[in-house]
Design a protein around this ligand. Sequence first.
Ligand SMILES: [Zn+2]
Length: 101
Amino acid sequence: MEISKRLVGAYTMCVLCKAEGAKELAHMPCHKRDSPKKMNKYIDVEENAVPIGFRCKEFSETREGRLIAVAWLRNKFGVEEWNTWYDDLPFLIKESFDEVG
Ligand SMILES: [Zn+2]
């Protein structure tokens, strides 16, 4: 919650379409509802937070949207750093983002 305000405040543009203002912080590429509640502490972090606009809410649930998000997050945190965070997530099943540049 506090992290959301801080992050959305820092980015004015929707990461996914770059054509609208960012209105909220989407949890992605890992969506909260796909995971057990006890995993929320791993999901509610900056490495999994992308500012998006209202028009891209549905798009944020798609593989294509997640690929854009991952590219943006890797650029923000550094590829190695972000990959290390992602690889360390204790989820049983993880989507592969290897093809993201
Ligand atoms: Zn958008």
